[in-house]
Write a protein that binds this ligand. Structure first.
Ligand code: NAP
Length: 290
């Protein structure tokens, strides 16, 4: 381990609660693996003080910030510029520097797509996908899938939230197609039929985190030929993934998304490819065990 000196570069996470965060272990393992003179800390910042934390980042010369609950919205309003994904979502989970300017990013969607591509060898362009849920994680996944040309159906308990999330996805799909001339993604609200017909089903609700939770979807709708992804990573194997495997589907848990969203942040700050295996090992996560 490199002992910090006056020239050590500093990154960190702001949130509340934040003491349980895996981010310090993930990023410090990456710095150590590559021998970089950086360190990463957790800062407990109460609700309402996200903008103050961004001001502190400027004054203290902090080089990278991860942002978690409850600051993702307020930090989006406090930085100098937003990436397209962060602007669309109105939520920032990472701040990076460009000279004196602070840029707000959202790496959740990119982390999810990288997990799909590297762990499941799935390219979402043109695939029928269903996202269960319409909260923060769901919206990041919906926008990422639609921007990559997938057809996304949102299935959620609250119809209004589903409609708002689907509208974000439709905007992302249209904008991406216009910018690149590539495939056009779309997003709509749906139900059981969409799940039965889907190539990829993603659980972005918390159902499955706690023993005794009901399944987020009727397992009779799942079948072989489908990829079922659960964004939950603890437990590593949820009842949904058990049911999906029983139905013959391929399964993937949320460990990859967790790691790759951190890896994207690491690369934005340091310019280096992230040593993902060392990061996973540092927090006891099994990239192959989903
Ligand atoms: P969130 O913003 O609170 O959204 C939760 C969503 O789940 C909402 O759409 C909500 O529906 C739905 N929901 C909640 N309880 C439900 C229930 N009992 N029955 C049916 N639907 C229910 O949460 P989030 O931040 O998006 O997180 C969602 C999940 O993703 C969590 O399990 C979290 O651990 C996981 N996650 C994983 C990663 C990763 O890197 N792997 C990253 C972020 C999040 P309503 O709209 O009706 O309220």
């Amino acid at each position: 381990m490199i002992v910090p000196t006056g020239s050590t570069r500093v990154a960190g996470v702001i949130g509340d609660p934040v003491r349980h965060s895996l981010s310090p272990a993930l990023h410090n393992a990456a710095f150590a693996e590559l021998g970089l003179d950086w360190t990463y800390l957790a800062f407990e910042v109460p609700a309402g003080q996200g903008a103050d934390a961004v001001a502190a980042m400027r004054v203290l010369g902090i080089d990278g910030l991860s942002v978690t609950m409850p600051h993702k919205d307020t930090v989006a309003a406090a930085v100098d510029e937003l990436s397209p994904a962060a602007a669309l979502l109105g939520a920032v989970n990472c701040v990076r520097r460009e000279g004196d300017r602070l840029i707000g990013e959202n790496t959740d969607g990119a982390g999810f797509l990288r997990s799909l591509r590297t762990q499941a060898a799935v390219d979402p362009a043109g695939l029928r996908t269903v996202v269960l849920g319409a909260g923060g994680a769901a919206r990041a996944v919906i926008v990422a899938l639609a921007a990559d040309g997938a057809l996304v159906t949102v299935v959620n308990r609250s119809p209004d939230a589903a409609a708002r999330a689907a509208a974000l996805g439709a905007a992302a799909g249209g904008a991406a197609a216009e910018a690149s001339g590539g495939p056009s993604g779309s997003a709509i609200v749906g139900g059981a039929k969409a799940v039965r017909d889907a190539d990829v089903v993603v659980n972005a609700t918390p159902l499955g985190m706690t023993d005794g939770d009901p399944l987020p979807v009727d397992p009779a709708l799942l079948s072989d030929g489908q990829l079922v992804v659960d964004l939950i990573y603890r437990p590593e194997r949820t009842s949904l993934l058990e049911a999906a495997a029983e139905a013959g589907a391929t399964t993937l848990n949320g460990v990859g998304m967790l790691l790759y969203q951190a890896a994207e942040q690491f690369t934005m700050w340091t310019g280096h490819d992230a040593p993902v295996d060392a990061m996973a090992a540092a927090v006891g996560l099994d990239l192959a065990g989903s």
